[in-house]
Design a protein around this ligand. Structure first.
Ligand SMILES: Cc1cc2nc3c(=O)[nH]c(=O)nc-3n(C[C@H](O)[C@H](O)[C@H](O)COP(=O)(O)O)c2cc1C
Length: 204
């Protein structure tokens, strides 16, 4: 059993945010964490999902590969990392719907003092990656979490990502994250695991 638990709760439709989530998981595991990787479920109806090639298929595949995040996952975690594609410059409703299930834990102060961090994927360079990550800081503050940005705390941060968290630019054809974008995500996973461990030790 590991001494620190990390929940990565993400939404993804075409796989970019998923690829970052997997790299974050790898970084956290390398730092000794036990990781739960969970995908928030779709909210948009099949008639819309059918309009873009691959959306329905990707969704079905990811639903097979990942459990949906639960309240119990959040309570289990010492660090929570939220990931979302940018939707009109903000968090996706699918991930937000999961965050909105955490009201009971908020009421009991159960997430107070846990590490929180966020990441995103956009289709364009200035399509809202930084503001999307920052929009996830708001519920984290309400929940009393200690927000962990990536900063420029590793040389890879000068090559990709944002100082707020990992991000990728997928273009019009769902281009997968670059090697540097993946490195940033691994760094984020490692950093959050280290901070979550330190906070847990402090509490103990
Ligand atoms: C409804 C909708 C709104 C979007 N809004 C933005 C946006 O504001 N900025 C942007 O760069 N990309 C936007 N995108 C594109 C996605 O954020 C981008 O393709 C992302 O990489 C998808 O991540 P995923 O592969 O994990 O689903 C939007 C896509 C959809 C379907």
């Amino acid at each position: 059993m590991s001494d620190v638990n990390i929940l990565i709760a993400f939404y993804s439709r075409t796989g970019s945010t998923e690829a970052l989530a997997k790299a974050i998981a790898e970084g956290a595991r390398e730092a000794g964490a036990e990781v739960r990787l969970r995908r928030a479920r779709d909210l948009v109806g099949a008639e819309i999902m059918k309009k873009a090639p691959g959306w329905l298929e990707n969704s079905a595949r990811m639903d097979r590969d990942y459990e949906a995040p639960t309240e119990a996952d959040a309570e289990w975690a010492d660090g929570l990392i939220f990931g979302t594609p940018t939707r009109f410059g903000l968090v996706s409703s699918e991930l937000k719907a999961y965050i909105d299930t955490l009201g009971g834990l908020w009421f009991q102060g159960k997430l107070n003092g846990k590490a929180g961090s966020a990441f995103t994927s956009t289709s364009t360079t200035h399509g809202g990656n930084e503001i999307t990550i920052q929009s996830l800081y708001t519920p984290m503050a309400h929940l009393g979490m200690i927000i962990v940005p990536t900063g420029y705390a590793d040389p890879v941060m000068f090559r990709a990502g944002t100082p707020y968290g990992a991000s990728s630019v997928s273009g019009q054809t769902a281009v997968p994250p670059t090697a540097d974008e993946i490195e940033v995500a691994k760094f984020q996973g490692k950093r959050v695991a280290q901070v979550a461990r330190a906070l847990k030790t402090l509490k103990a």
